[in-house]
Design a protein around this ligand. Structure first.
Ligand code: FE2
Ligand code: FE2
Length: 220
């Protein structure tokens, strides 16, 4: 388990390096504008909601207590971010383009990642696609939420991600434990799927960056 944990490129990272700096810079710009920040929070809610729906779809046949707990927690994360988003916006928000930041790209990120991992594991144990999809997303979420948490604290936003982060960390550990028990090629698969996630996340983040550019242009 310790050796597999070391295979994860993001969550074991301390938030240093170029990618973290670029991400922090963008998050600071997003948080500095309350309307834009509300849309970003709502986009995180959308991602958490899609994640919980994917767990439901992947594990709807006789889910055990661990799956139900994971499902409940991801649904609660979606609610947490939705509530924070609507508080910031002062209105009800939907998941359409006008109320998200690159919402369509967020949906593509989850959809493409799921499709690519599922295709690569088509001859494997039934629960492995769910476990790997969750694993790479948890790895990304922990990395990104840690950076976001630093930005929120610096800007005294009053939003704390500590509860969400603690749960994502537990999910990551639970996924790793099951993967280790079920997959003799875990090391190779973790490297391959983290690389896929990196590609798909880059597309999503580029779309968020384009929104940031559009906001800046509109403000000039
Ligand atoms: Fe989550
Ligand atoms: Fe999670």
């Amino acid at each position: 388990m310790v050796s597999l944990m070391n295979r994860l490129p993001l969550s074991g990272n301390d938030g240093a390096g170029k990618a973290a700096t670029v991400t922090r810079d963008t998050l600071e710009a997003i948080c500095a504008d309350v309307a834009r920040h509300a849309r970003f929070l709502n986009t995180l809610s959308l991602l958490e909601h899609i994640g919980s729906r994917k767990i439901m779809l992947a594990r709807s046949q006789a889910p055990d207590a661990a799956v139900l707990k994971h499902l409940a927690e991801e649904t609660r994360h979606a609610y947490f971010f939705k509530r924070a988003a609507e508080r910031a916006a002062g209105q009800t928000l939907h998941y359409g383009a006008a109320h998200t930041l690159a919402g369509a790209s967020a949906k593509f990120y989850m959809g493409r990642l799921d499709a690519r991992i599922t295709a690569a594991l088509r001859n494997s144990h039934g629960s492995l696609p769910y476990l790997y999809m969750s694993l790479v997303i948890e790895d990304r979420a922990i990395w990104a939420y840690r950076i976001y948490q630093q930005v929120l604290a610096k800007q005294k936003s009053g939003i704390s991600l500590s509860g969400v982060l603690a749960e994502e960390g537990l999910h990551l550990g639970a996924m790793l434990e099951q993967i280790e028990a079920l997959d003799s090629h875990a090391e190779r698969h973790i490297a391959a799927f983290c690389a896929l996630e990196h590609e798909e996340f880059q597309r999503l983040w580029n779309a968020i960056e384009r929104h940031r550019g559009a906001f800046l242009a509109a403000a000039e």
